[in-house]
Design a protein around this ligand. Structure first.
Ligand code: BGP
Length: 492
């Protein structure tokens, strides 16, 4: 029988993002984010921005990771009267934070990963003084967590940008946004640094695309990689500043790390696999080793441009501002073969795996593989900051859900995580399950794609009481945490 008990001090918790969880979009002086313009959607019709053209017509250029249509320079987003925008209310953590933190503490969480909403602190991103009401909100959240000895793990920027920074400067394509980001970071470190040790400079920085997260209107090739370089510099500068302002603080950035397998052992498929995998390693290597990898040149070449522009001093900054640990999300694995385009979600099908209702292949061993791969390569601690199963839950009249499928998914993944730590020797700081309290899906804008241990009474259009109730998995996870993983081997 495998030993699934984890080392003392292992961090157990959950993870959320402001625009999917918090709501209160026009309260407390918060400004607008690019995400606030995204309508709800479905698997067939993922959500997209609505934009008003100069002639008054409305267009809907897609904005999420899965689309990359360029947005015309004059397009300005508007709110449509008959549309529903999930980020506006989300599941209203803004007004439920005390109850939600108590519920998470009830499971024994000793860490909670949440993101700070940039436009709650700097409403347009360009102000010189922060918004005190916004700062106070996160002060209250952090102090509430402290009552339960719950460590904050703060994502400084979760795929978002104050909309003004996107429109006025074409997002991260401008170095001006580096200064705005650093002003925002300094404010956070100054205000919360006495209570917060763990920080993430960016969420899924390897998946940022398009008008939303990266904020650029054009999202492939030169513009995209130049914007990403500015994010690398911003991250490294934030790490340097954070270490100075908060001795002992630990900085990571978060990567979307689906595992990737070659579809066959044909040498051409193996080679293509290496090339496509490097499109992810590019981000981790640069930020965690502190310099651009040699293969970057070939990657740019295959994307049709000859390189990025660096300013004097950038190289030194990247070297000095290396990450302390590598964190990642893991939901699935993909496969690739010669001739497949660059990595996009999907790739070639894998006949050995079953998929979720949203078509995501389920691969627990892939998590162990992934943890080993990162640790072998980077030799710094890792942190699993997102993992979980998005599923349709049937709640009874009390909001109770018999979610054995979720327990199974988590049991299998957590067992492989324990194997990576206890057998393979991977240094892993902790695990935060995605969406411990049901929240809005990023990719589709749906509510019915639920991840939580805690059910929220709300439908895809925001109707419902927002009442929270425990699912079956709540008590199961509580037992896993109180035995520090040992109970993974028990029957549920
Ligand atoms: C990651 C994001 C999260 C989250 C998660 C699940 O990519 O960092 O914000 O939402 O994926 O994805 P989805 O919500 O589309 O099911």
């Amino acid at each position: 029988m495998t030993n699934t008990r984890l080392p003392k001090g292992f961090l157990w918790g959950g993870a959320t993002a402001d625009f999917q969880f918090e709501g209160g979009f026009n309260e407390g002086g918060r400004g607008l984010l690019s995400h606030d313009y995204e309508t709800d959607g479905s698997l067939e019709h993922p959500r997209h921005h609505t934009m008003k053209m100069p002639d008054g017509s409305i267009i809907t250029p897609a904005s999420s990771f899965f689309y990359a249509d360029p947005v015309p320079p004059e397009a300005v987003p508007v709110f449509l009267e008959d549309a529903y925008y999930p980020s506006h209310q989300a599941v209203d953590f803004y007004h439920h934070y005390k109850e939600d933190i108590a519920l998470m503490a009830g499971m024994g969480f000793n860490v909670f990963r949440f993101s700070i909403c940039w436009s709650r602190i700097y409403p347009t991103g360009d102000e010189t003084e922060p918004n005190e009401e916004g700062l106070q909100f996160y002060d209250d959240v952090i102090n509430e967590m402290a009552k339960y000895q719950m460590e904050p793990l703060i994502t400084i920027c979760h795929d978002e940008l104050p909309i003004e920074l996107a429109l006025k400067y074409d997002g991260w394509s401008s170095r001006h946004v580096i200064d705005c980001y650093l002003r925002y970071c300094r404010t956070l470190f100054d205000r919360y640094g006495d209570r917060c040790r763990y920080w993430l400079t960016f969420n899924e920085i390897n998946a940022v695309r398009g008008f939303g997260p990266c904020g650029t209107r054009e999202s492939t090739g030169r513009v995209h990689y130049q914007a990403v370089h500015h994010m690398f510099v911003a991250s490294a500068k934030a790490v340097i500043m954070g270490h100075q302002m908060m001795p002992g603080s630990m900085f990571g950035a978060m990567y979307a790390m689906s595992e990737l397998y070659p579809a066959t052992c044909k040498p051409e498929d193996m080679f293509r696999h290496m090339q496509v995998r490097r499109e992810n390693w590019y981000f981790i290597d640069t930020m965690a080793r502190g310099y651009y990898p040699a293969y970057a040149k070939d990657l740019y070449f295959r994307r049709g441009f000859d390189g990025i522009v660096m300013e004097d001093g950038d190289e030194e900054i990247l070297r000095e501002g290396q990450l302390d640990y590598v964190s990642f999300s893991y939901y699935r694995s993909n496969t690739v073969k010669a001739g497949d385009p660059s990595f996009t979600v999907g790739g070639s099908p894998n006949p050995y795996l079953k998929s979720t209702d949203w078509g995501w292949p389920v691969d627990p061993l892939g998590l162990r593989y992934c943890m080993n791969e990162i640790y072998d390569r980077i030799q710094k601690p890792i942190f699993i900051v997102e993992n979980g199963l998005g599923a349709v839950d049937q709640a009874d009249e009390n909001g109770y859900v018999e979610d054995d499928y979720r327990i199974e998914y988590l049991r299998e993944h957590l067992t492989e995580m324990a194997n990576a730590i206890n057998i393979d020797g991977v240094d892993c700081l902790g695990y935060t399950m995605w969406g411990p309290i049901d929240l809005v899906s990023l990719s589709t804008g749906e509510m019915k794609k639920r991840y939580g241990f805690i059910y929220v009474d709300m439908d895809d259009k925001g109707n419902g009481t927002l009442k929270r109730s425990k699912k079956k998995s709540y008590d199961w996870m509580k037992r896993v945490i109180e035995t520090n993983g040992e109970a993974l081997g028990e029957e549920s």
